[in-house]
Each structure stands twice: as C-alpha cells, then as structure tokens.
Design a protein around this ligand. Sequence first.
Ligand code: SAH
Length: 242
Amino acid sequence: MHFAPLIGLLLWLGATGGVLADEFAERRQQLSAEIAALARQTAVETGRREFDPQVMAALERTPRHRFVPAAQIPHAYANRPLPIGHGQTISQPYIVALMTDLIQPQPEHKVLEIGTGSGYQAAVLAELVEQVYTIEIIEPLAVQATKVLEDLDYANVQTRVGDGYYGWEDAGPFDAIMVTAAASHVPPPLIAQLKPGGRMVIPVGARFLTQHLLLVEKQEDGSLTTQQILPVRFVPLTGGPS
Ligand code: SAH
C-alpha cells in the first residue's frame, strides 16, 4: 500500500518523459522543414535545392537538446548556433545539414571531424556512416561530448583531445573530412589523410573577415578541385604550426 504513491509518481514521470520526447520530435520536424526551406532559398549559391533525405532523416533523429547546456535547451531546435561554453558554439542546424550533405556520407564510410565541440555534428554523422573519428582541442568539451555520445549509445564515434590541424593519421585515410572551425588555409595533413575520391568540407578565411565554406575533392590521381559553397561564420581553428 505504501508503494502506491511511488508507482503513481513513476507512471507520471514516465508519461511526462513521453510527452517531452514527443514535443522534441515535433520541434525537430519543424526545424527540418525550416532547413528544407532555407536549402531552397540558398540553392543558387550551394548548387543544391534540397539535401539528401537520409541526411534530413538523421537530423530528425538526433536529439540536439542533449548536446547543449541546460540553459539553452529551450532554444535547442531554433535554427541558430548556440553557446556551449569555453567561447565555442554548436553550429547552426542548417549549416550542419549542408556540410553533412556536401560530404555525401555513405554507410560504409569512415569520417574524420575536426572540432568536436558539443558532439552534435559527430552524432549526426554517426547516424549515417560506419565510423566517426572526432578531435577537439579543448579538453573539457571533449570530455563532455564523449559522455553525451556514450549516454546516447553512439558506439561508432571515437573522440580524441588534440590539435586537429594534424588530423588522425593512425585512423586514416578517410572517405571524408569535415572541419567545423575556420582555418586560414586547408591543412596539408588533412589533404594527405583524405582518400582518393574523398571529400572535405572546411570553412576557410580570417577570423573577422568573411569565411568561405569550401568543398575540396581529391581526385583518383591525387589532384584537388575546390569549390566555394557559401559565406559562413565559424569560430577559429586554433593550433597548427605557429
Ligand atoms: N562540431 C561542433 C561545433 C564546434 S565549434 C558541434 O557540433 O558542436 C568548433 C570547435 O572546434 C570548438 O569546440 C573548438 O574548440 C574546436 N577547435 C578549434 N581549433 C581546433 C583544433 N585545432 N583541433 C581540434 N578542435 C579545434
């Protein structure tokens, strides 16, 4: 008899959890629709009117609210970057969708991400490819992201603390590389760790000037083609040769 209130409480908590989960799923759907609308508006620049349905489905599954600080949870499904501490940000969802689409992820791919940050982009990639390697230079961010990715059972993500300018040589070469901080140039070690036929997406530009999101493709003969996709604004890639 003493257990009755406890059971009632547990049932209530269960129900609330369900309601919240549904609410977040609904907000993810709305966000997905906003991203699709933006994709159409930016089609002239990006060359794509819509993103791969698999990429959109991955965004609709990934719980962005789990990757932001508690105070930001109400904004987790707004289409904008949010602060995650240490002067860093979780990228705008539209940019996450665009960058993910640009690397054309395939289920058998091994992908390297530079700039783990919150771990959100790594989770989106983990929904789409076999193995994700991600490097973060700020240790507490890497620790927090690793914890969230583990709590959410993303078993195919490996996180490392270090300077991503130099890539992750032991784990390479990679089918795709995604850099989520702005570099002054495309780091040569990353080019070396990209497979022939591989794609790299990277914002390049000075800190307070316009940066451009670049798509770099390595041809089968090792030569590179580079396409400018969109002006963007990212936090700077630190590290590298001084
Ligand atoms: N992809 C992240 C966005 C991170 S913002 C997400 O989904 O949340 C960019 C991140 O790059 C920051 O956390 C910053 O600390 C990190 N960073 C900057 N320079 C770096 C470097 N040289 N190596 C690895 N990470 C770096």
